[in-house]
Design a protein around this ligand. Structure first.
Ligand code: ADP
Ligand code: MG
Length: 401
């Protein structure tokens, strides 16, 4: 793989595929971590006189323009972080993009509008994706892949475009892959993996691969209720993936055979309804119950205090910790304690700690933790998990020479 140092960039149009998929509330960016993470790559290209064309997706628009998912606020924030003006094209490959790119001088930066405003970006059909990649390729001379959070996607800007231009790997992806290697090769033990979040089916898959690698797997977040159900308990109205129960039972059995310890919650915080995360309005019927006593209709929204303490103990002596997925609905203060406890346990351990996942990374920052206290905060959730699963990531394969 070439790095950006291997490219002659001066005076050239350099397409930087970034992952600027930041959480937004209206048009306010609630966590700018992903923008800050890719800024050094862009700054380096600027310094070397490149004409930098930055592109990203944001959210899941349906292949056509949707103002809710505009990258316009991101262009402003990127400019503040870089300390220089950042242009903005109001389309991705149309007249605005062409004109904006043509007007770029050496050392100038512009951001294109959301890649997913075009159906070709995510199309399953190779020809449709390829046609969109051709349009993107016309806007640049060189390609730098630095959108780590998207490298597991076989999308036009991630997979097809680098095949059409001389390409290199950006500094962010290079760093992220270096960290993931430390989680897969010669891992320092005990190796503890903490899994949570809401995408149960996405994350159950990674356990398969971790069975042969991790010493302990701690289960929180939405996934925990499938494990609790697999132990024969009712979970009320909590997130549950019924079809995964046999899969989870098989994991528990194989874990016991292979000496991998699954740590399943003892208690959970519940409420009769999903909390209002926008206003943070108090939760009238907040309760903590043991996992074998979740009332009918109650929603499990965080691990309970007994579990938080148990998890902290299971993390304390670790030498390596990988954490993906918040322990609860941390966006509401009533259900942030579990996530806070796990973050604190990572900081208190002497382990090499890695936090992966967009929401997990946002959680540690919005809960006020000092980022530098963690070994690494990854910008990729799904991408990290698929790497750990041992899968070939299309966006990394495409950056090979
Ligand atoms: P990441 O982005 O870190 O990979 P996910 O996207 O999988 O994490 O999940 C993050 C989301 O999971 C958060 O918005 C959080 O509110 C939600 N979540 C955590 N626990 C629960 C739960 N018990 N029920 C519903 N949602 C949950
Ligand atoms: Mg997420």
């Amino acid at each position: 793989m070439k790095t950006i140092e291997d490219l002659e960039v001066s005076g050239k149009r350099v397409f930087v595929r970034a992952d600027l998929n930041v959480p937004l509330s209206g048009d306010t960016i609630t966590d700018d971590g992903r923008i800050r993470a890719v800024a050094p790559t862009i700054a380096k290209l600027v310094e070397r006189g490149a004409r930098v064309v930055v592109a990203s997706h944001l959210g899941r628009p349906k292949g056509e323009p949707d103002p809710k998912f505009s990258l316009a606020p991101v262009a402003v924030r990127l400019g503040e972080i870089l300390g220089r003006p950042v242009g903005f094209a109001t389309d991705t490959v149309g007249d605005s993009a062409k004109a904006t790119v043509a007007a770029l001088g050496d050392g100038e930066v512009t951001l294109l509008e959301n890649l997913r405003f075009n159906a070709g970006e995510t199309a399953k059909d190779d020809a449709e994706r390829g046609a969109f990649a051709d349009q993107l390729a016309a806007l640049a001379d060189l390609y730098v892949g630095d959108g780590f959070g998207a490298v597991h996607r076989k999308h036009a800007s991630v997979y097809d475009l680098p095949a059409r231009l001389p390409h290199a790997v950006g500094d962010l992806i290079a760093t992220e892959v270096g960290v993931l290697k430390r989680l897969t090769e010669d891992v320092a033990r005990p190796y503890v993996v903490v899994l949570g979040g809401s995408k149960v089916s996405d994350k159950v898959g990674v356990i398969e691969n971790l069975l042969g690698k991790a010493d302990r797997i701690l289960i929180g977040g939405g996934m925990m209720y499938t494990f609790i159900a697999a132990q024969g308990h009712g979970v009320g109205g909590s997130l549950l993936q019924e079809d995964q129960i046999p899969v989870v039972q098989d994991y528990l059995k194989r874990g016991a055979e292979q000496g991998v310890e699954f740590v399943i919650p003892l208690d959970t915080a519940v409420s009769g309804s999903f909390p209002d995360v926008k206003t943070g309005a108090p939760v009238e019927d907040f309760a903590v119950v043991d996992v074998d006593a979740i009332p009918d209709g109650a929603l499990g929204l965080d691990i309970g205090p007994k579990t938080a303490q148990l998890f902290a103990e299971k993390i304390a002596d670790a030498k390596t910790v990988f954490w993906n997925g918040p322990m609860g609905v941390f966006e509401h203060p009533a259900f942030a304690d579990g996530t806070r406890a796990v973050a604190q346990a990572l900081i208190d351990s002497d382990a090499f700690t890695v936090v992966g996942g967009g929401d997990s990374a946002a959680a540690v920052r919005t809960l006020g933790f000092d980022e530098t206290k963690f070994g690494h905060i990854s910008t990729g959730g799904g991408a990290s998990l698929e790497y750990l699963e041992g899968k070939t990531l299309p966006g990394l394969a495409a950056l090979e020479d």
